[in-house]
Write a protein that binds this ligand. Structure first.
Ligand code: NAD
Ligand code: IPM
Ligand code: MN
Length: 359
């Protein structure tokens, strides 16, 4: 039976980069035996414009009936003044929560061709291959109570709550240990246990799980130090596991090690292997509609989709190899462009990857 992939382009450059990823999927269907149907849907500002809400029921229904979801990005200045529950970002958080996509894998890999594009010295990043495992449906993003109140002296106070249950820590911990076991066997858990009770519990649960994974070497690091170490000596890390907010920040930081945030894909998984795949970056309103966005993070997210949700490892390898060849050919969108390389736009980059799928 044909598998169904729901395509949710979203807003800003989401539309442009997803169009390129869809070209890749269509070529795999036509030329390489990928048995999958694509269906389009609305999320974020695009859904608000059409239905008055960022995550319409029909989108959730489509998502529940799919084997995998490919998402572009959501958000934009036009929507920033809407009431909070109508904002595009709420649509994204809503679909993650509704589908229980708790496990967010964010690989930061330096393609050797891009060593010169990294913000760091080539020898600091050469061969970089880190996997950040970010908890995605809990923590301060979802904790209650949250909101705003007026204090006795009339001053306004905003508040959010950082909470994790043992079971939430355990399931992200197991995903991280399993991931480390299949890679270099080293797991660094990142927290703020010197200050936060919730981090003390996080650390305790990780230590407890370690007994089930004698082949994985577990270490702990405070998040402030981890941010510094990522920039100082990133290759010390194999797999990092952390909570929702810390993972959001550390993965943008890791993105720059690879040359551009336009290179970082991600997978958000539930416990059954259903997943949503999206670039780590946002809707980039500053370059939207100008054929400048790098589509490679989204195309690499297609590779993750093929590997994790459709069991098509060989096709995933093919997509990743095509990206490598296009970089070998010297093609670069503006974010990774340097001397001696050829500047191309979003669509030309997508076309080049499609052409290189054949090799
Ligand atoms: P952003 O990631 O959209 O952009 C940050 C910078 O990186 C910008 O200068 C942008 O031009 C550049 N950039 C991002 N992706 C790029 C690509 N593929 N190619 C080349 N350059 C790229 O982050 P922001 O500016 O903080 O947020 C903009 C909007 O996106 C906000 O509404 C925010 O809420 C939303 N956002 C959405 C997601 C998501 O949908 N997953 C993620 C982050 C931010
Ligand atoms: C990301 C984004 C989202 C997050 C926002 C847009 C809700 O920054 O996917 O990294 O904070 O998770
Ligand atoms: Mn982010």
């Amino acid at each position: 039976m044909s598998r169904k992939i729901l395509v949710l382009p979203g807003d800003g450059i989401g539309q442009e980069i997803v169009a390129e990823a869809v070209k890749v999927l269509n070529r795999l269907r036509e030329g390489f035996g990928l048995d999958a149907e694509l269906e389009q849907g609305l999320i974020g500002g695009a859904a608000y414009d059409a239905h008055g809400e960022p995550l319409p029921g029909v989108t959730l229904e489509q998502a529940r009936g799919s084997d995998a979801i490919l998402l572009g990005a959501v958000g934009g200045p036009r929507y920033d003044t809407l009431e909070r529950h109508l904002r595009p970002e709420r649509g994204l958080l809503g679909i993650r929560a509704a589908l229980e996509l708790f496990g967010n894998l964010r690989p930061a890999i330096l393609y050797p061709q891009l060593a010169a594009s990294s913000a760091l010295k080539p020898d600091v990043v050469a061969g970089l291959d880190i996997m950040i495992v970010r908890e995605l449906t809990g923590g301060i993003y979802f904790g209650e109570p949250r909101g705003e109140r007026v204090l006795e002296n009339g001053e306004r106070q905003g508040f959010n709550t950082l909470v994790y249950r043992e079971s939430e820590i355990e399931r992200i911990g197991r995903l991280a240990f399993d991931t480390a076991r299949k890679r270099g066997g080293r797991l660094c858990s990142v927290d703020k246990a010197n200050v936060l009770e919730v981090s003390e519990l996080w650390r305790e649960v990780m230590d407890r799980l370690a007994a089930d994974y004698p082949d994985v070497e577990l270490s702990h690091m405070y998040v402030d130090n981890a941010a510094m170490q990522l920039v100082r000596a990133p290759k010390q890390f194999d797999v990092m596991v952390t909570g929702n907010l810390f993972g959001d920040i550390l993965s943008d930081c890791a993105a720059m090690l690879t040359g551009s945030i336009g290179m970082l894909p991600s997978a958000s998984l539930d416990s059954q292997g259903c997943g949503m795949y999206e670039p780590v970056h946002g809707s980039a309103p500053d370059i939207a509609g100008q054929d400048k966005a790098n589509p490679l993070a989204t195309i690499l997210s297609v590779a993750m989709l093929l590997r994790y949700s459709l069991g098509e490892g060989a096709l995933a390898d093919r997509v990743e190899a095509a990206v490598g060849r296009v970089l070998d050919d010297g093609l670069r969108t503006p974010d990774i462009h340097s001397e001696d390389t050829r500047l191309v736009g979003t669509a030309a980059m997508g076309d080049a990857v499609v052409a290189r799928l054949n090799d």
